[in-house]
Write a protein that binds this ligand. Structure first.
Ligand SMILES: Nc1nc2c(ncn2[C@@H]2O[C@H](COP(=O)(O)OP(=O)(O)OP(=O)(O)O)[C@@H](O)[C@H]2O)c(=O)[nH]1
Ligand SMILES: [Mg+2]
Length: 369
């Protein structure tokens, strides 16, 4: 039996096994086996070459637009960035990943227009697997839905889950440390719904014989398996609904209802028209907010504060991390820094490398000669 057949057989068995206390450990073993076999298959096909759609990361962050064919991804990319992605009223216009750069609040955000992945892959007109692999590298996913096809959201979610992207999930708080003897020991900060046997069977299926497992959440089988696998990506998402220029105002309530059915709060969804360039500023702000970035304006010796091109770094970053991003010989020559703005108790506060910066701080580095 080939790997693909084995995977299919396991999937079928999982689907046909009712979940209850007496089958829990069995299902745990099956799901673990499935995860391991899928990883093996993935490694086989990626080492087999075949080119693919690798797009280099550029800028301060990378955002992937995902959606069915013809929902307006290319139109959106073109209206938000400097890119000129082909658009058309027929499907599968884009069969390669098109990058564009969006400059917003001083940050350079790389936007990737990912082709109509689903039908594209099914019809052989694009390589769905490889296209989706590009999405795995993104810092944020934008679901692009057309106003008349909100239900496509379900399918997009499934596709992303299948390629091991966990959208809007925190990584499981699971740590495992292999040992050389004494079997498997479990410590947990909370009560667990899973039986100890299930948890141990899952670990064994992943090849652990002796190990310390620490759980900081009440895990499900899926979360436990995810926590043990290294090929999962945890990426936040936002959703935008395009082509709103085509609906009558009274249809909006229907759309809202369809969103709510999918646990999407209409208030948190951005309604846009890529073609009529409506709602794009709101979308840019949402992108910025969900990337978790901050701007730090550098006060350069003799040149004053550069308000045009801030240093863009992750929320929670320290002065030390800012210096790292600046690169060069700053690190060795650093004596101390002066910070003004939201993170400072007063103007020009003297701080060290462990000071945590905030959005719109002004940073001056005092260096050794
Ligand atoms: N009315 C209206 N039409 C739009 C809007 N955005 C895109 N379109 C049209 O929808 C069609 C498809 O747009 P594309 O941008 O090519 O869609 P896509 O998602 O890139 O499609 P693929 O590349 O095939 O995956 C084109 O005819 C666009 O002109 C919009 O906001 N309103
Ligand atoms: Mg396109």
């Amino acid at each position: 039996m080939g790997l693909e057949d084995e995977i299919e057989a396991i999937e079928e068995e999982i689907a046909n096994t009712p979940y209850n206390k007496s089958t829990e450990a069995h299902i745990g073993r099956l799901k673990s086996k499935l995860a391991e076999k899928k990883e093996k298959l993935e490694n086989q096909s990626s080492s087999g070459g075949g080119g693919g759609y690798s797009v280099e990361k550029h800028g301060d962050a990378t955002v992937a637009l995902v959606g069915f064919p013809s929902v307006g991804k290319s139109s959106l990319l073109n209206s938000l960035t400097n890119a000129e992605s082909e658009t058309g009223s027929y499907e599968f216009t884009t069969l390669d990943v098109n990058p564009g750069m969006l400059n917003h609040r001083g940050a350079n955000i790389q936007l990737l227009d990912v082709p109509g992945l689903i039908e594209g892959a099914a019809s052989g007109k694009g390589d769905g697997q490889q296209v989706l692999a590009v999405v795995r590298n993104a810092d944020l996913i934008i679901y692009v839905l057309s106003v008349f096809e909100i239900e496509q959201y379900d399918r997009l979610q499934e596709e992303l889950y299948d390629i091991n992207i966990r959208v809007d999930q925190e990584p499981p708080r699971v740590t495992v440390r292999p040992k050389i003897k004494d079997g498997i020991k479990i410590t947990s900060s909370t009560d667990q719904d899973l039986d100890e046997k299930t948890i141990k069977d899952v670990l064994r299926e992943h090849g652990y014989v002796n190990a310390d497992l620490n759980l900081q959440e009440n895990v499900t089988i899926d979360r436990l398996v995810d926590g043990l696998m290294e090929n999962r990506e945890y990426i936040p998402s936002i959703t935008c609904v395009n082509k709103v220029d085509l609906i009558q105002p009274d249809y909006k309530e229907t759309v809202d209802e369809q969103l709510r059915e999918r646990d999407l709060d209409p208030e948190e969804v951005t309604f846009i028209s890529a073609e009529k360039e409506k709602g794009l500023d709101a979308l840019k702000d949402r992108i910025w907010e969900n990337l978790g970035l901050i701007r730090v304006y550098m006060d350069k010796p003799g040149r004053g504060v550069d308000w045009e091109e801030p240093l863009v770094i992750e929320e929670g970053a320290t002065v030390g991390e800012a210096i790292e991003k600046l690169g060069g010989e700053m690190e060795e020559r650093f004596r101390f820094a002066r910070v003004s703005g939201p993170s400072a108790t007063h103007d020009e506060q003297q701080v060290g490398t462990d000071h945590v910066l905030e959005d719109e701080d002004v940073l001056k580095l005092i260096l050794r000669r």
